[in-house]
Ligand binder design. Sequence first.
Ligand code: SAH
Ligand code: SF4
Ligand code: F3S
Length: 437
Amino acid sequence: MGSHVKIFTYGCQMNDLDTQKMFSELARGGMVRTEDTREADVIIINTCSVRQKAYEKTLSNLGRLSSLKKRNPGLIIVVAGCVAQQEGAALVERMPHVDLVIGTHQLHRIRELIEKASREPAPIVVTDFSDAIPFMDLIPDGDFVTPGHRASINIMQGCNNFCSYCIVPYVRGRELSRDASRIIEEVQIHASRGVKEVFLLGQNVNSFDGGMSFPGLLREIDAIEGIERIRFTTSHPKDVSEELIACFGSLKTLCSHLHLPFQAGSNRVLKAMNRHYTKERYLDLIERLRQARPDIAFSADVMVGFPGETHEDFLQTLDIMERVRFDVLYSFRYSTRPGTRAASRLDDVPFEEKSERLYELQRRQKEITLENNRMRVGTCLDVLVDSVGTRCPGQVRGRSTHNTVVNLPGDESLVGTIVQVLVTRANANSLTGELAS
Ligand code: SAH
Ligand code: SF4
Ligand code: F3S
């Protein structure tokens, strides 16, 4: 087996975590992480397929590696993640320089399969789905948890929702929850290493079913000594229960932030997307969450140009934005994904129209984000400091409970601590402050 490994990562936090775990697992086998492609003996591309653009990026990056492989025939090229799962053997037909295609349920075999690929000339393709995902139980070593005071933890994988535009259920499989006792054990290990914030990950965390409910799991983690903050993603509005809302009222460690994708504002479009809620129900949820936790901040995902979306429909999306006033909004142009239900519909909103809607939405969101930031000037926020400023010496940065980036004067000694910060300035995407006395 080669000794240096480089991993390119695309896609969501789930993929970031899978990358950390792959590094950790390969290091256990004696491999060393490198950032330099030319130095690498193994290159892994951890891929995302959620939008056409992400998919194309993966393929063009992969194409570029072909010349590297010609110069260095011993190089092992691995494709992991969602494109690997989607394409399987078709990928090695198009890209003969690929040595290993490893699907989303098989990552626990990464070490063994790389060793096999280094012995065998023929490409290996392993993309079976299974009814257990052992990789979820792998706990990355301390060195691979970045930054060290915050840890991402897989609580479930897969999705049963089949939103009509979405490829995730096809590439991650059906929902599989990890056993709650394993999750709690992992949180305890992180806490003993000094981790203060845990970030629970799953495509659809509200339907967690690992021996207790999701709110039950939150209460258990809340009670673990040393854990001061809990975040989670992603939630589906149709599955936000009374019990979860109550957690925002009762659990002090639960951060005042919820990522709650709404995707579209028009009920007609939401129905065609198979989302199972209406605009009214979404706004009602936001209201009830605000009652439980008055300072809660929201972020969301939204897309423009779903097949059949009219300008009137789009105005409903803008209306949700005006009413909720998200801190952060991740916005995308709809793109057709193969095999999904929406793929059988004509992608009839012209690209220019999608771009105009996206531009309008992002322009307005920028203003709202700044207005939200301005409202926080003069207030005191708890900030978990996570790093020393790279561009501004003498500055550190961290995040407030709302997940807003806060910069303040300070040094290394503050990293990993939660400090009280008086906010002095609002910026486009962050706040500036100083230590409160
Ligand atoms: N499980 C999460 C995230 C899914 S993917 C959830 O349910 O919210 C992240 C985001 O990508 C989605 O929320 C959606 O806004 C966007 N997305 C998914 N499929 C898409 C498509 N075909 N075109 C454009 N955006 C898409
Ligand atoms: Fe995709 Fe919908 Fe599942 Fe999210 S809930 S992963 S958008 S199918
Ligand atoms: Fe992309 Fe797969 Fe995540 S498709 S968004 S990397 S689950």
